[in-house]
Write a protein that binds this ligand. Structure first.
Ligand code: MN
Length: 244
């Protein structure tokens, strides 16, 4: 028995090659797992569950097929798709996880996060996050017509891309202090997160405890997932999609 973890797929209709890899993954390796955990940024952006464009609908249908196979599906919000709501999760039988969530993974306590809350040096982003995660902002945003919401999202994405150019790599990475704090608070578990797009296995010693930190890959060029069982975790890279 094993569970698999992905994040930062950033799915959108304009990246068909990666979308094919994702659909093949859902219909192939994912069906062999006990559970699939999507730790944020499944979508490049999410304007609301009522955005039922055909691409979103096809992702939803494939996720529903997977849970129909008996695979448990867990979804965590990322900084791009934090507006995924109950309508979406109910339709694909996913369970929404809060960030962070501590799970017992085949005997090993494992902390699951998207990862953006660990990037505490990026003060501007953390301020933005606080604003857009507030119920007031979300209520106000979601009360607007879909077309207007999409326009706002497009504006935010353009702003974000510009800002990223100006920020140093270090500012957008996880800080040691915030990570150690999370590990300490949760009893020194294994940590799995995404967001930074810097896939790696780090080994940290926190207060004398050995903690593994697995950083998941994005799916910009190819896809990969982390597979964990009672023996531990390993990265599995997916082949490029067949061209047909
Ligand atoms: Mn992210």
């Amino acid at each position: 028995m094993h569970s698999i973890f992905v994040s930062d797929l950033h799915l959108c209709p304009t990246r068909p090659a990666i979308n094919r890899i994702f659909f093949e993954f859902l219909h192939g390796p994912a069906t062999q797992a006990e559970a699939l955990y999507i730790l944020g940024d499944l979508f490049e952006y999410w304007a609301g569950d009522d955005d039922d464009d055909p691409f979103n609908a096809s992702v939803l249908a494939s996720l529903r097929d997977l849970t129909g196979h008996g695979v448990a599906l867990y979804l965590m919000h990322g900084n791009r798709d934090f507006l995924i709501g109950e309508r979406f999760t109910t339709a694909c039988h996913a369970q929404l996880l809060s960030d962070p969530t501590l799970v017992n993974l085949y005997g090993t306590p494992t902390l699951l996060m998207h990862g953006d809350t660990l990037c505490t040096d990026d003060v501007r982003y953390q301020d933005f996050r606080t604003k857009v995660r507030s119920p007031e902002w979300q209520q106000q945003f979601l009360s607007q017509p879909l077309a207007a919401r999409k326009q706002i999202v497009a504006g935010l994405r353009a702003e974000n891309a510009e800002e990223k150019q100006l920020k140093s790599e270090a500012i957008m990475d996880v800080t040691g202090a915030s990570m150690e704090k999370e590990l300490r608070v949760h009893g020194y578990p294994r940590l799995i997160h995404g967001h930074t797009h810097k896939p790696a296995l780090h080994r940290h010693i926190v207060d004398g405890h050995n903690c593994e930190r697995w950083v998941l890959s994005d799916w910009y060029r190819l896809g990969e997932y982390l597979q964990c069982d009672a023996q531990g975790c390993r990265v599995i890279k997916l082949p490029a999609a067949q061209c047909n």
